[in-house]
Design a protein around this ligand. Sequence first.
Ligand SMILES: Nc1ncnc2c1ncn2[C@@H]1O[C@H](COP(=O)(O)OP(=O)(O)OP(=O)(O)O)[C@@H](O)[C@H]1O
Ligand SMILES: [Mg+2]
Length: 586
Amino acid sequence: MTRPIRALPDTLISQIAAGEVIERPASVVKELVENAIDAGATQVRVRIEAGGIKRIAVTDDGSGIPKDEIALALARHATSKIVSLEELESVRSFGFRGEALASIASVAQVVLTTRTGDDAHAWKFEDGRVSPAAGNRGTTVEVRELFFKTPARRKFLKSAATEAAHVRAEVVRAALAYPTVRFSYEPDAGAPLSLAPQEMSERIAALYGKEFAGASVNVFAEQGSMRVYGLAGLPTIGKTRTDNQAFYVNARFVRDRLLMHAVKDAYADVLHHSLAPQYCLFLDIDPSRVDVNVHPKKAEVRFRDAQAVHRFVSAALKQALSPALAGKDLAERETAQVPEAFPPAFEKEKVKPAALSRYLDFYADAGGAQAAIGELFGKTEADSDKEPLSGFALGRALGQVGGVFILAENAKGLVIVDMHAAHERIVYERLKRAVDSKVPSQVLVMPVLVSLEAVLVETFAQNRETFARLGFAVRTVSETQLAIDAAPAVLASDIARTGEEVLARMLEDIQNFGSTTLVEEKTNRLLATMACHGAVRAHRYLTLAEMDALLREMEATERSGECNHGRPTFVELGLEELGRLFMRGR
Ligand SMILES: Nc1ncnc2c1ncn2[C@@H]1O[C@H](COP(=O)(O)OP(=O)(O)OP(=O)(O)O)[C@@H](O)[C@H]1O
Ligand SMILES: [Mg+2]
């Protein structure tokens, strides 16, 4: 049975379009808040009833809509934001599809009240009619009974409290990107939120909480038309949940794989992989270098030069997270960064001793892992007699407590160092430096044949040098087959079993992000294990000279504020804080 082809009625088209964009009350709020900001609002007020299912009202003090354009604003494919393809390609506003209001109106009752600067009074649009109304400059869009016409959708909604939480999260997202705009969120039940105009860092602190404010670093880097900035949480406040993660591209909140990968990359070395970093980052980029028209909700973007963006973001973040422990940085790090509870105890990486010793052999040439581990305490006897306190960020060693902690005095007061954690980081960084210069390769007894999709084999052909640099010797056998003759030493023992998976993952990474960190990840994990074994054990008593040497080494080592499991390596107690412990001056 066939039916004749017919054009769909307008309302049905809008309902279908709404299906892509309007999922729940929070999506309505997102669209209305974006419209408010596009209209130049300095104040945005969001009120909801029953999680927004019953009623949503978003009020702004923006430009307003002229009376004779109101009906058009609610029509499909009508927008004031672009007029041509060129404008779409360099669009800076949130909106450009001219669909949001029409979509919302097709699945809910919408009343729009608006007044421009030129109007003597406001106009109200309801049930297709425009009539005079009271109201200040700006626009209020009221949305009632979401999905009342589409009960199937309504069934997917969660409890009012859950929907309200999603609405709140949406308001928070917008508020982070527009700190100078006043925002209020007023639910009929639950806690309201009210944000006065602020500096970016104040706004982030207000929304991410005190812990984050006390344990985050500034990120800022520029390159050509790109700029990345914001705040990144220190690894010490990594969470097992993924809240407090936000990335914006030209002020648009996105959940972009490339950017998430770049962030993960930057944290890979300092944060245990079971923990999620906290960050609020903004990438500003020439709008013509990024396509925002790839996703109906505009939650994903496509960069013209994805690899450059990935490299830039990841490098900027890495740099922000690993300043050498100079005195200035130390002074800025407050003791507040010590988390209430340490991250859960981490399992030691399970490495077969044989693999480990084989690995150590490989590095014996490349700088010498054992040497790196052993060396530290050999050369430390030197002049520790009269070090002036002021010269060293971590001060001078006073003694050891419990075989675990080193106490030191610096210009600010008391420094307490976890000696195992600190040494582990130092050894790890040394090993990495030794390894970075050369990835050792191991010839396989038997070549390993792997079958891959033709596109991946093609990608390989274009990236031969990358594989060579990473210690692989690989050749093309057919359109869908590669042969591995040699592999990086870290992977060699498993390559017969995992070759296909390893190559596929590396090639996919290269396709998607322009680079792959798989070998580095594996190497770093193994090095971390070696460092942990090589690091000075607890309950070993050190001489003062050895302790001082450790402190000096920490100051000179990148990322030495945290061990490679993301725990802090030292805390500082200023004289004032010490005084407070004794209730001095009260
Ligand atoms: N709060 C507002 N203040 C001023 N004008 C508005 C407001 N909301 C909507 N408009 C006007 O109505 C038009 C339609 O809005 P709508 O959200 O449907 O589409 P859009 O923002 O242009 O594109 P998109 O569908 O991508 O959001 C806008 O282009 C704008 O001119
Ligand atoms: Mg819009």
